[in-house]
Design a protein around this ligand. Structure first.
Ligand code: ADP
Ligand code: NI
Length: 217
């Protein structure tokens, strides 16, 4: 019998094989690798919990379940059932996933456990830098969004519902979310990595806007 983590990886891999919403398997792979890197600086963290939460963190995302949060949650619970995940571990993993989402910037409370802080940092790191830029445009294309339109204003979301329903441009998404992420890392090492990735992303956006109208200012 394979270990819980091996079986979880297999299930998640096959579920996300064909995703184009920015949650393909390689996103999960990178989040797992980043989480392992961050966990090395936090020996107090339970590595099995970190790894299982990193593997499962997007399985119940509403974007993978026709926009239906309840359906997503039920799917995640069912997967944990099928894995025969021990009750204590299941509670911890569900708590981490519940506490880590961005929800349009409305959710500002940091995760309550070190394992949650690590997985949230790993997920946020994968949304910035060169990979973050690539994922944003992939998401934009898959969702029929324009790269940029100067007449569409950047929004400040007051509720997670407003964030969910927004139909802005991909460049606006950098201002609405991606360029804010590096302000709030939970762990020190993630903060260092984030600072570098942030600078690169800011340079990209500046350059994009310089080239935008063909004037290369
Ligand atoms: P995460 O896996 O970090 O929870 P999300 O579910 O919020 O990320 O989104 C998946 C990917 O798609 C991320 O890289 C994110 O930046 C990108 N994305 C989400 N919403 C938009 C948007 N409105 N425009 C462009 N990219 C987006
Ligand atoms: Ni994710």
């Amino acid at each position: 019998m394979n270990s819980l983590l091996e079986r979880a990886e297999e299930k998640v891999r096959s579920f996300l094989r064909e995703d184009s919403s920015g949650h393909d398997w390689w996103h999960i792979h990178r989040v797992v690798q980043l989480a392992i890197r961050l966990a090395k600086y936090h020996p107090e963290a339970n590595e099995e919990v970190v790894l299982l939460a990193a593997l499962m963190h997007d399985v119940g995302d509403y974007k993978l379940h026709d926009g239906d949060e309840e359906k997503g949650k039920a799917f995640l619970h069912q997967m944990l059932d099928e894995l025969h995940c021990p009750a204590e571990m299941r509670t911890l993993v569900l708590q981490i996933i519940n506490e880590m989402s961005f929800r349009g910037g409305v959710n500002k409370t940091p995760p309550s456990t070190i394992e949650g802080k690590i997985v949230q940092d790993a997920d946020r790191l994968d949304a910035i830098g060169a990979i973050g830029i690539g994922r944003a445009f992939a998401f934009g294309g898959a969702n029929h969004r324009l790269m940029y339109d100067p007449s569409v204003e950047v929004q400040e979301f007051k509720t997670s519902q407003a964030y969910k329903e927004a139909k802005g441009t991909t460049i606006n998404h950098f201002y609405e979310k991606l360029l804010k992420l590096s302000e709030g890392m939970n762990t020190e090492v993630a903060q260092q990595i984030a600072n570098e990735r942030h600078t690169y992303m800011q340079q990209f956006v500046d350059r994009f806007l310089q080239e935008w109208d063909g004037k290369d200012r």
